[in-house]
Design a protein around this ligand. Sequence first.
Ligand code: NAI
Length: 433
Amino acid sequence: MRGRKNSIRKAEIGDRYDQFMGIWQGGWTMDCETVAVIGAGTMGSGIAQSIARAGMKVVLVDVGQQLVDKALGQIEARMNKEVEKGKMTAEEKGHVMKQIQGSVELENLKGADLVIEAAVEDLQTKADIFKSLNRLCSPAALFATNTSTLSVTLLGALSGRPDRFMGLHFFNPAHIMKLVEVVPGLTTSTEAVQVGVEFVKRLGKTPIVVQDCPGFVVNRILLPYVTEAFVAAGEGVSPTEIDDAVRKAGFPMGPLELSDMVGIDVSLHTFPILHDAYGDRFPVPPLPRKLCEAGRLGVKTKGGVYKDGKVDNEFRLLLQGLQSNQTATNVTFTAERLIVRQVNEAVYCLQEGIASAVDIDKAMVLGTGFPANKDGVGGPLHWADEKGLDHVLSMLEQYKELFGSRFWPHPLLKNYVHAGYVGRAAKRGFFTY
Ligand code: NAI
């Protein structure tokens, strides 16, 4: 690691905790030359590949040699395809592979400047890993977690080095997806965040700094929309009608197709966590549990909401059991029902200072494929500006009457409308035009 003082010396400004923003003003910066990735599963192997591809050395650690070998094999196979397509030469591939060292010993990452943990989503496992790392690694090394649902602040506190700890939340597939949410905990230093941001840029990816909250920005805004799709399906709206409507609205795929791809079990794990965090705005839809109980986890089990690309009888039977517990409505389904759930949650994030309006939208475009123009400008807040904030507010009010409080419009949205900031038509909404 190359550490250096920057022009603002810590002694000059002192140690100042800004409890509100969770920022410690110090004065150092560093470059990450050797990075370690803990956990060589779906995410760890993609993250390690991105790091090696960017020219850094990476140690990839898992609990068994077979797991490490499997990950190295997957990385090589992915790059073989790139060689076949002419996107890299065989020589370049060989060089990238040499940058990656597989290991089953945490000891082997002693010299790392940055350690990214991508082990299973379990608090105790992650806490144990960071405690061991804190003993092994240099005091200057930075720690990051790829957790999707756990508190970065809590993991930072458990790690023993909360000021040098952050979330680096990659998206799947990590070797392809450009977005990384950089998540400071309440006690993460400004400098650590800057190093995280620079590191992500060096990977050729887009860092978005997001305050620590359950779901961060992308999953927090995506989940209400996915939930609404499962609720609508539970009411008897056909999955193809839901997914077709959303695709017609410009999304690359529908929320139920997406859930099948990600894994219904993954959604099932996440719904209760966000419900615990935010309450009734994040209801837990019953359909995903039914699907998992029937062994329908999505693409990986060759059946989820869809089987062979179709809605089959088994799915219809699962629904029958559900519909008796749900209030079916006669309302015509439109994609707006799902999208206004994203907009409203985006307004919550905006009001709470989780990220700026620009960053919220950028994260949703890059992380979920929310429709955007050719310059990449789009996202739920831009969508609301185009539709008119008065229209969005009226949709939320109507859906609140029909479906309940999860559609309760955020007061900030009302204030925008009161002020006449109703979107592009008024030249001012969440953005100015
Ligand atoms: P995975 O199950 O594919 O891989 C986890 C790996 O961690 C396994 O190979 C396991 O053997 C290893 N592991 C478990 N305990 C370990 C230990 N003590 N030391 C070293 N390795 C250990 O899981 P996946 O999907 O790669 O997820 C990893 C993390 O990334 C989780 O925190 C998850 O929430 C997060 N994440 C997952 C995304 C996804 O789409 N799969 C997206 C973004 C974040």
